[in-house]
Ligand binder design. Structure first.
Ligand SMILES: CC(C)(COP(=O)(O)OP(=O)(O)OC[C@H]1O[C@@H](n2cnc3c(N)ncnc32)[C@H](O)[C@@H]1OP(=O)(O)O)[C@@H](O)C(=O)NCCC(=O)NCCS
Length: 169
């Protein structure tokens, strides 16, 4: 099976924040941002696995910076590690000042997708090789995040999460 790199799944979605998408403070509503991140991540997971994918879990989201009405928002997503039938997708959210053009990181998120065959059965995904320091850092930490997510979902016993335990002992 073909091995891919994060560049093969890299996905960029740029859009503007409109009035119907904001909260009472006129900043982008959190759920709207999550949906945009999910869409970009879904495309990235589909590009890596060449097929149907579903969101299995949202492992982490940090809303570090509010996104004001009228902002130009760019969501970038790429597969950071492929496992057997699941993939971790890292999402970076940038906002751009329309007058100065200055770009700043607003949020990030980490989602897990599972690849499916047409009949809904799980599909094995191609391997992934990181190619630079950031990709290697995200790749190396992905197994710990997968184990944490599985423990929190009640799908793995804490004493089986060997990579995760190694952080603490
Ligand atoms: C996601 C889904 C396919 C997983 O089904 P499941 O029976 O739990 O599948 P498995 O236990 O065989 O797990 C499949 C893979 O997902 C991973 N996985 C499952 N739940 C996970 C979680 N909470 N966090 C991280 N990985 C998870 C497993 O580790 C496994 O990975 P691997 O094959 O790479 O080792 C299934 O729950 C589903 O279809 N959910 C609905 C998805 C959906 O509709 N999403 C849209 C939002 S509503």
């Amino acid at each position: 099976m073909q091995v891919k790199t994060p560049s093969d799944s890299f996905t960029v979605m740029t859009d503007i924040v409109l009035p119907g998408e904001t909260n009472i403070l006129k900043n982008l509503f959190g759920g709207e941002l999550l949906a945009r991140m999910d869409r970009a991540a879904s495309i990235a997971a589909g590009r890596h696995s060449d097929g149907i994918t579903v969101t299995a879990s949202v492992n982490h989201v940090a809303f570090t910076q509010a996104v004001p009405l009228g902002s130009v928002v760019t969501v970038e997503a790429a597969v950071s590690r492929a496992f057997n039938t699941s993939m971790e997708v890292f999402i970076d959210v940038w906002i751009e000042n329309r007058f100065s053009g200055k770009r700043s990181k607003a949020n990030e998120g980490i989602y897990t997708f599972v690849a499916l065959n047409d009949d809904g059965s799980r599909k094995k995904v191609p391997g992934l090789i990181p190619t630079n320091d950031l990709e290697k850092e995200r790749y190396d930490a992905a197994l710990r995040r997968k184990q944490l997510s599985l423990v929190l979902a009640g799908k793995m016993k804490p004493n089986e999460a060997t990579e995760l335990k190694a952080l603490f002992v």
